[in-house]
Write a protein that binds this ligand. Structure first.
Ligand code: PGA
Length: 222
């Protein structure tokens, strides 16, 4: 069976105490560990709680990897306020790059996104590169892609599994080894319809993963 990626994007939510509560509740995932098969669970919290997530996951031996939501387009150096790939690598295995919220709110364009991908690869972080449609440019070296149409994000109005599957197969024409996830209003009710599609290798979940019980349900249903 191919690996199914189930990624939680906690966005700009969760204080330290809220993150601790989320983890305490999410710990139940241990009970389902045997049934997880080839599911790769990845949680992407804010920088401020990466340390907490790493320690908690290790202490409780949870079957979960950590992803960051962003990295600097610069390497380490005199870039006040930036968190770079080398620093993030201490905590995370993955990093989200190219989310539409960053493209829209922070003006991130292809050149910056390519720098981020290059730096993530330089330091051994796996980029999860987000595309908004089948024509979004994908930088070299990317293998894991998440297709998230803007209309579907946080709207309760997901793309159809059929459309997501055809976008995924179109993107794979450029590189058959791409693994494509779907994101945008994924819930425990609809997740299986996406992961059941031949060209879709998993899901990226925002809002519905803010509640740890819902996220566990998504993992089980995927
Ligand atoms: P959503 O967000 O699940 O809340 O639609 C997905 C995302 O933006 O990654």
């Amino acid at each position: 069976m191919d690996r199914v990626f189930i990624v939680s994007n906690l966005k700009s939510y969760k204080t330290e105490s809220e993150a601790r509560e989320w983890l305490e509740s999410f710990k139940k995932i241990q009970q389902f560990q045997k049934g997880l098969g080839d599911k790769e669970i990845i949680v992407c919290p804010s920088f401020t709680t990466l340390f907490l997530f790493k320690a908690f996951i290790k202490e409780n031996n949870l079957p979960v990897k950590i992803g960051a939501q962003n990295i600097s387009p610069f390497d380490e150096g005199a870039y006040t306020g930036e968190v770079n790939a080398k620093q993030v690598r201490d905590f995370a295995d993955y990093v989200l790059i190219g989310h539409s919220e960053r493209r829209t709110n922070f003006g991130e364009k292809e050149d910056v996104l390519t720098k981020k991908v290059d730096l993530s690869l330089k330091y051994g972080l796996i980029p999860i590169f987000l595309i908004q449609d089948e024509n979004t440019a994908v930088p070299k070296g990317v293998e894991l892609i998440a297709y998230e149409p803007v209309f579907a994000i946080g709207s309760g109005n997901p793309d159809t599994p059929e459309s997501a599957n055809s976008v995924a197969s179109f993107v794979k024409l450029k590189n058959k080894d791409y693994k494509i996830l779907y994101g945008g209003s994924v819930t425990f009710d609809n997740v299986r319809a996406f992961t059941g599609k031949s060209e879709i290798s998993g899901v990226l979940v925002g809002g519905a993963s803010l509640n740890p019980d819902d996220f566990i349900q998504i993992i089980q249903n995927a």
